[in-house]
Design a protein around this ligand. Structure first.
Ligand code: P1T
Length: 382
């Protein structure tokens, strides 16, 4: 189920086989921790649910197909997935990370893993020359988000893959903001695709999860070993919910892009707004790259108001349809201020975010209602 079907077909069918026991069309929630064995160590491929669970297997197959990869592994969260990939890196080895990443990713790298002897440096991956210059003889992994959270900067995945591979390093791309509907990093040369499936893939803000998709079978075997050894796995109910979300991923992404494009134009024309960052606006510094690398500009917008932080806080408080909350990628619209919220852990670091930056996750409601909501909230700035 990997090559010849279109993505819309894969979202509905990949990983889905009628249940061998009952014929159930939807993969059941195999809510079990263990499996009866016919004799000592003789079983049907399932021994214990940290190691394998049929609902998780179905989810992993679906995720692999969506990203066009050979293998996928599901985790309890996006952070658990990133942490497990990073266990491939040994003390004394170097990771070159983008300098605009989710606050929790920076915290894991800078506050946790660097304490175990893994070396990190943070570089602007939109600048290919800067990445080349920052490669070290011991660089084993280049890690980036595109579009980034929260500045929505784009990196040329194919160009960075060449640099990473020439230096003997893997390239890991956090594809959370784009989703496989808009961007498929493996096809552009990435070695790992990472998702916080909490976001667009789950799509309904009702489950936390993560995933890694890759092609290399030997590295997959090692990661699968680590998945079981570390144990940060999702439960069967979480896997079911994520699978259920996947079925509408293509439809949802189309509506997210459609709505966000209209909201971005509205914001760009509003007198209270000083700057809008959205890859679908020609003013975006990587507008051309977005058109080349992505099938659509996505549902995330960041903006700065003339009134700075005070105005930003007011707007985030006053929207009614846009709920003031962390996270993104659900059907409902959300608004937040990254500096004190999702990216609080980069404060006082070189990655610090403008305290007046507003980030919105544009949902699948009617665009006119979303614009009216922003209009009334912006109208309260004096
Ligand atoms: O929250 P979790 O499922 O563990 O995923 C972490 C993560 C990884 N990568 C990106 C690009 C992310 O945005 C996130 C989580 N981000 C938020 C919770 C947020 O509001 O930005």
């Amino acid at each position: 189920m990997t090559t010849h079907y279109h993505l819309e077909t894969l979202t509905v069918h990949a990983g889905m086989e009628p249940d061998p026991v009952s014929g159930a069309v939807m993969t059941p929630i195999y809510q079990t921790s263990t499996y009866a064995q016919a004799d000592v160590a003789v079983h049907k491929g399932y021994e214990y649910s940290r190691t394998d669970n049929p609902t998780r297997t179905a989810l992993q197959q679906a995720l692999a197909a969506l990203e066009g990869g050979q293998h996928a592994l599901a985790f309890a969260s996006g952070m658990a997935a990133i942490d497990t990939i990073l266990r491939l890196i040994q003390p004394g080895e170097h990771v070159l990370s983008g300098n605009d990443v989710y606050g929790g990713t920076f915290r894991l790298f800078d506050k946790v893993l660097s304490g175990y002897g893994v070396q990190f440096s943070f570089v602007n991956t939109t600048d290919v020359t800067a990445v080349q210059a920052a490669m070290q003889p011991n660089t084993r992994l280049v890690w980036l988000e595109t579009p980034t959270n929260p500045m929505l900067r784009l990196t040329d995945i194919a160009a960075i893959a060449q640099i990473a591979h020439a230096g003997g390093a893997w390239l890991g791309v956090d594809n959370t903001f784009a989703s496989p509907v808009l961007q498929r990093p493996l096809a552009l040369g990435a070695d790992f695709v990472l998702h916080s499936t909490t976001k667009y893939i789950g799509g309904h803000s009702d489950v936390v999860g993560g995933a890694v998709v890759l092609n290399d079978t030997a590295v997959y075997e090692r990661l699968k070993f680590l998945q079981n050894a570390i144990g940060a796995v999702p439960g069967p109910m979480d896997c079911f919910l994520t699978l259920r979300g996947i079925k509408t991923l293509a439809l949802r992404m189309a509506q997210h892009c459609h709505n966000a494009q209209q909201v971005a134009h509205f914001l760009a024309d509003h007198t209270a707004v000083s700057h809008v960052i959205y890859p679908g606006l020609e003013s975006h510094p990587q507008y051309e790259l977005a058109r080349r690398q992505m099938a659509g500009p996505g549902g995330m917008i960041s903006f700065i108001l003339h009134g700075g932080e005070a105005a930003a806080r007011l707007v985030a408080r006053e929207t009614k349809l846009f709920t003031l909350a962390e996270s993104l990628g659900g059907v409902e619209s959300l608004i937040e201020l990254p500096a004190p919220m999702t990216h609080a852990s980069v404060a006082d670091s070189p990655l610090a975010i403008d305290p007046g930056l507003v980030r919105i996750s544009v949902g699948i409601e009617h665009a006119a209602d979303l614009i009216a909501d922003l209009q009334q909230a912006l109208g309260q700035i004096r």
